[in-house]
Design a protein around this ligand. Structure first.
Ligand code: ADP
Length: 485
């Protein structure tokens, strides 16, 4: 693979600190596996706590200069980053497939989606607006300005190794922050490739530092214990998010959290069922179901449940599964063995409590971490599968009778990230959208992600928003200046 060979032979599989590539201080490395074969494809340096502090030193040293840089300079670095990433999207996509497993078409879509965050924040860098208000009493002027929050720690998951990184790096650069990115240990290569792109785009040394590490909790803990860190932006599970919020509380570090989801997918009796099945295939199967906004629970009106289940099962059964780089493949493997085992367990537990496998249900007998696209019918509203984030290609179908029941079932979760609904009745669509406890609603569509839109959750799905103008505000603090003149 040219991009992998290129990274390896040029030493860009090390830690990226202060503009230099280097091994970890204690020589530790971590293996990166190809999930379609379970074989190692390469090694990267695995950072220690000393390396983490070196990375913070580099980011702290670069901060005053970067915070004072002009909006135009930040904008143009991001624009060049967008252009380079777009020109090299095929190579980046290949790297994503190799270490993460998704099908090549999806990896290309991710590479371009990831690059779009740089394009969007190239524009936002120029729009750091403040405000001026004459105080109600007329005694002063109230000036509000936004300043970069400071040195930031970015922690990203493996499911969208490029987009989850650029969604944080883009606004941080635009805002004038410097940062240390700790990518997931399953997928460090893509993050290193992005650092290389930004370095060629002219990002000054030390603004972005990348610290792959198999010792996640130690290195992130060490950084959060350092007074120079003023921001944590995390994407990952609610479980780890809670731990990090607790650690961040010791120094009152500003936190943005994109945590787990448990998205309901509601299909009302008046919906266009073919469109709903099309949307369900995207909302469920994008990234093999390994997405925090993946449709996790299908609530279907009783009058259309049989038709929806049949058509969804047929579409799932027609999915072509295989190694992500093979031609014609729609569904790659899951990320690792644990994820594959989780799917078998979910099916076993569900069928044990009365659900029926309408299609799929097994890990096929082949190398790699594959699992068949699966539809489970006859799932009862209280079933355990509905309370967990499946994170794989399994769709449980539950029936409902009334709108109120659908809303109650949809909201019966600690999570509140994405939700989806299909209906041809506009007033029902908007009424239900308002009632859903979720940060995002897709009406008659299964794909909602957009760099220009505020992405985020309510309840235990997180704090703050990424993307849009809101995403840059997460890396800015408001300063109030009281002035007379
Ligand atoms: P996922 O299942 O998406 O990997 P995790 O929450 O386990 O979600 O991991 C998300 C990111 O958080 C990864 O980069 C991972 O290495 C990191 N991580 C996991 N556990 C911890 C921890 N205790 N402290 C800091 N970072 C962690």
């Amino acid at each position: 693979m040219p991009i992998l060979d290129d990274l390896t032979t040029s030493g860009r599989t090390g830690l990226f600190i202060g503009g230099y590539w280097r091994p970890s201080s204690d020589g530790e490395t971590l293996d990166v596996l190809d999930p379609s074969t379970a074989e190692p494809i390469g090694q990267v340096a695995s950072g220690s706590t000393d390396d983490a502090i070196d990375a913070v030193d580099a980011a702290a040293a670069a901060f005053p200069g970067w915070a004072a840089s002009s909006p135009r300079e930040r904008s143009e670095v991001l624009r060049r980053g967008f252009e380079l990433m777009t020109a090299e999207a095929e190579d980046l996509a290949e790297l994503i497939v190799l270490e993460m497993g998704k099908a090549r078409g999806e990896a290309k879509a991710e590479a371009s989606y990831a690059a779009e965050f740089f394009r969007w924040y190239s524009g936002e860098a120029l729009r750091n607006e403040g405000s001026l208000l004459r105080a109600p009493g007329g005694d002063k002027h109230i000036i509000s300005i936004h300043q970069p929050v400071g040195v930031s720690v970015l922690v990203t998951p493996w499911n969208f190794p490029a987009a989850m990184a650029t969604r944080k790096i883009g606004p941080a650069i635009a805002a004038g922050c410097t940062m240390v990115l700790k990518p997931a240990s399953d997928t460090p290569l893509t993050a290193l490739a992005i650092a290389d792109v930004l370095s060629r785009a002219g990002l000054p040394d030390g603004v972005l530092n990348v610290l792959p590490s198999a010792r996640s909790s130690k290195v992130v803990g060490a950084m959060l214990a350092d007074d120079r860190i003023r921001k944590l932006s995390f994407t990952g599970s609610t479980e780890v998010g809670r731990i990090l919020l607790e650690q961040a509380s010791a120094r009152v570090v500003n936190c943005s959290m994109e945590l787990g989801g448990n998205a309901p997918f509601l299909v009302f009796g008046d919906a266009d069922i073919d469109a709903a099945v099309g949307g369900a295939m995207i909302a469920k199967m994008r990234n093999g179901g390994q997405s925090c906004i993946a449709a996790n629970r299908f609530y279907i009106h009783g009058s259309v449940a049989a038709e929806f289940s049949d058509k969804l099962s047929a579409a799932m059964a027609a999915t072509r599964m295989g190694p992500g780089l093979d031609a014609g493949v729609d569904l790659g493997p899951l990320v690792n063995r644990a994820a594959q085992n989780d799917m078998s367990e979910v099916v076993e537990t569900s069928t044990g409590s009365g659900a029926k496998v309408l299609t799929g249900g097994h890990a096929p007998d082949r190398p790699g971490f594959f699992f068949e696209p699966t539809v489970l019918g006859g799932v009862e509203p209280g079933a355990s599968i509905l309370g967990q984030e499946i994170f794989g290609p399994i769709a449980p179908v539950v029936t409902f009778d009334t709108d109120d029941e659908a809303i109650r079932l949809a909201n019966d979760t600690i999570h509140g990230l994405a939700s989806y609904l299909y209906t041809t009745d506009l007033s029902r669509a908007l009424r239900v959208s308002e009632a859903l406890e979720a940060g995002m609603v897709g009406i008659n569509r299964g794909l909602i992600s957009d760099p220009a839109a505020p992405f985020g959750g309510v309840k235990q799905s997180g704090l703050g928003r990424e993307g849009g103008h809101d995403g840059m505000l997460e890396f800015l603090e408001t300063k109030y200046i009281a002035a007379d003149w």
